[in-house]
Write a protein that binds this ligand. Sequence first.
Ligand code: SF4
Length: 375
Amino acid sequence: MASSVYIHIPFCATKCYYCAFNTYTFHKEQAKAYLQALRTEMELYASKTEPLQTIFIGGGTPSILSANALSQLLTDVHQHFQITPNAEITVECNPGTVDNEKLSVMQDYGVNRLSFGLQAMQDETLKQLLGRIHTVAEFLESYQLARENGFENINIDLIFALPDQTMEAWQHTLNEVTSLNPDHISAYNLVMEETTPFYEWWQAGELHLPSEDAEADMFQYTIETLTAHGYTHYEICNFARPSHFARHNLVYWNNQPCIGLGAGACGYVNGIRYSNIRAIASYINKLSKRNKPIADTEHLTGNAEKAETLMLALRKREGISLADYQNRFGEDIEVVFGDILKKWIDLQLLEWTDTHLRLTRRGLFLANEVFVELM
Ligand code: SF4
């Protein structure tokens, strides 16, 4: 049973050059058929949920849907699932795709958290380098509109270590964003994904990434600046005002069950991790026969579940709770991982606190090496 649901809306106006998410160009008719298929998928999973604590509608660009379509989607969610009164309901929005009508529909259906993909505060970077559809001014307008419509919990997504990005450019982005006082900021370093134009250009020598040292300096600056502005650094890439931690993301980092709905969505229910068919037409076709559109499953048991639980929890700044691990697996964390933990502790990548095991400050910068070895 799960008390969290992720819903994937795989449509965007155009594809950003660095993006490897499962998204396609928006077509109104296809979106209509897709939402019908989603409704059927909700029916198939409705009995597998407890009252929902978190709902995350992501993508893609959910806010590219019309106000009517959003209203239909949110009606379906409310009809198929029980939702706790204090549930966190997030919708991802792209600047330039929200208006008063859409925001008011979201408010009416209890959406209480918005996540804006901004990425950078320079028009040139947005349009020419990243292939984003919006300008800085359009972002500011959308953000302002969201505040005027009563949204009190807003996240802004940023990316650093972009090709040719200077420290000054990143500082400018962070300073402008903090001046808006968002409740949550996600700051990810760019990852080159093989299926993207970015990767192709990089391989061809047309894109030049900052050095590892420059990237580490940007990360260091991010941590210092955001914590100085009162944000809690609670996950490697995530910073929040007190009481604004992303509850849905904490479900992932705590390796707790979550139902994933939509093309390419991933879920984790009853110890089984699954991913859905990615292609929209196949996804719709499967659901037209009332079959679950699952492409892959993996039964997570034994040491695989322990390793995943450890790896995900180490992303949090507090690390993994020793008591929670003991309760979940009935044994001490050192039973399986004693040798490897000793190695990382000796290398000063991990440290014990009274109640947790966590990445050190140095470990934060080398987290991927730790995770790769754990996998
Ligand atoms: S808007 Fe987001 S999901 Fe859509 S293409 Fe750009 S990065 Fe990918």
